[in-house]
Design a protein around this ligand. Structure first.
Ligand code: HEM
Length: 432
């Protein structure tokens, strides 16, 4: 660079440019203010933690509570609180909001143990052929067209149908779920209007379904039993799970597993389409040598590290004064761990801004860390790997149908994902 050339400007936090590419801003924060007090777009202030070692420690620190009752709002937070617009989920005291991501031990330990019994890696593995079938059916719908919006036509419906099937929502009701989930994603989880109505409808439906399944539950579990029946069974063996808790559990599985997976498929496909050399490597590995999945497995983890769906971990609140990265934090302060910044920290990852699908030393924080580590990681891996492998093998010349500069990213605080992903490809001939 010539010495009189100005330094490129770094996008301001939460600006439009930042939503498109936040990584230069995060690098600047990591180097200069690794634990920074920041006003969020909602008006509420919180600490942003951006270095990998601080982030990992904070995620496992029991002095950081998930219970929003520990939040002590600052004076400048008042307007946002008065309008009920902090973005902190606990401000909506709906029953569905008392779930794993808003509670601490011992309640968290009890509920997580119950759901872990029902949501085992084995149950997920048994589900592999169904995910493949769903993936193929969705691709069948647009394969002959030669073009698609991969978010609307593929990344959005796949996880909602998959989770509905896993939970045991009957097929004829799944389109209602798709509509309710669509409403929540479009409006970013705000408390009013359509979102509140969708949450209410979902809750009513889930309570009724749980009630019905409890009444019809056979004495012994059948092979491939659905997750809601598994939850009821777990609660019937000594440990108590109320119908409200079971509904909140079904809701968090749906909510935590939906938009994340949409964005895993969206961000992952986008990264592959904009890194042709890596994409060709992956495509070759899937089609040659009888289809080796090693690169697919390491590659999916790398896509999560490089541009994962969860940009910031969910809210945490200091229950006592503590220090993170040399910075004093007061009791009651909100702390937001920036997973996307930690996962590009050069102190932890070699060439962190390079996408390397074969990266081995890759303990990324994309699924979190500690007691709230993603419960759905095995399902996310199954869906992500199936979706990407099937897209690349069935539509081998898949390419972006838009200039990357014209693509729009959703501006939400926690999630990172594209609004649309227009692609084109040679149409599949029917019968192929
Ligand atoms: C597709 C990619 C996914 C990513 C990147 C992801 C990421 C995460 C992260 C970062 C957390 C921890 C949040 C925190 O500590 O603040 C988390 C928790 C959780 N995830 Fe996922 N998730 C994904 C998919 C899923 C799926 C498919 C499900 C279920 C169907 C799921 C269910 C959950 C649940 C229930 C928790 C809360 C666990 C607890 O608090 O004990 N996730 N996830």
């Amino acid at each position: 660079m010539l010495h009189d050339e100005p330094e490129p400007a770094i996008p301001e936090l939460f600006s439009w440019e930042f939503a498109t590419d936040p990584y230069a801003t995060y690098a600047h924060l990591r180097d200069n203010e690794p634990v920074r007090w920041t006003r969020l777009p909602s008006g509420v202030e919180a600490w942003l933690v951006t270095r990998y070692s601080d982030a990992r420690n904070a995620l496992a620190d029991s002095r950081l509570s998930k219970n929003p009752d520990h939040h002590v709002p600052g004076e400048s937070d008042e307007p946002a609180h008065a309008k009920g617009k902090t973005g902190i989920p606990g401000e909506r005291k709906a029953e569905l909001m008392t779930h794993l991501l808003n509670i601490d031990p011992p309640d968290h330990t009890r509920l997580r143990r119950l759901v872990s019994k029902a949501f085992t890696p084995r149950r997920v593995a048994e589900f592999a052929s169904r995910v493949q079938e769903l993936t193929d059916q969705l691709i069948d719908r647009f394969a002959a067209e030669g073009e698609a919006d991969l978010i609307h036509d593929f990344a959005f419906p796949l996880p909602i149908y998959a989770i509905c099937d896993l939970l045991g929502v009957p097929r004829e009701d799944q389109d209602d779920f798709r509509d309710w989930a669509g409403m929540m994603i479009r409006h970013g989880g705000g408390p009013r209007g359509g979102v509140a109505r969708s949450v209410k409808k979902m809750r009513g439906y889930l309570l009724e379904l749980i009630h019905r399944k409890r009444a019809e539950l056979p004495a012994d579990p059948a092979p491939g039993e659905d997750l809601i029946s598994g939850l009821i069974r777990a609660s019937d063996h000594g440990e108590h799970l109320t119908e409200n808790e079971a509904a909140a559990m079904a809701f968090i599985l749906l909510f935590a597993g939906f938009e994340t997976t949409v964005n895993l498929i969206g961000n992952g496909t986008y990264a592959l389409l904009t890194h042709p050399e890596q994409r060709e490597r992956l495509q070759r590995s899937l089609t040659e040598d009888g289809g080796d999945r090693t690169l697919l497995e390491t590659g999916l983890e790398e896509l999560l590290r490089y541009d994962g769906p969860v940009e910031l971990a969910t809210w945490r609140f200091a229950t006592e004064p503590l220090t993170i990265g040399g910075q004093d934090i007061a009791a009651g302060d909100p702390v937001l761990v920036v997973l996307a910044a930690a996962d590009r920290d050069p102190a932890r990852f070699t060439d962190p801004d390079t996408l390397d699908l074969s990266r081995r030393d890759n303990q990324h924080l994309g699924y979190g860390h500690g007691i709230h580590y993603c419960l759905g990681a095995p399902l996310a891996r199954l869906e992500g790997q199936t979706a990407l492998a099937t897209l690349l093998t069935r539509l081998p010349d898949l390419r972006l149908a838009a200039d990357p500069a014209d693509l729009r990213w959703r501006g939400g605080l926690i999630m990172r994902g594209l609004r649309t992903l227009p692609v084109e490809f040679t149409p599949e001939r029917s019968g192929t």
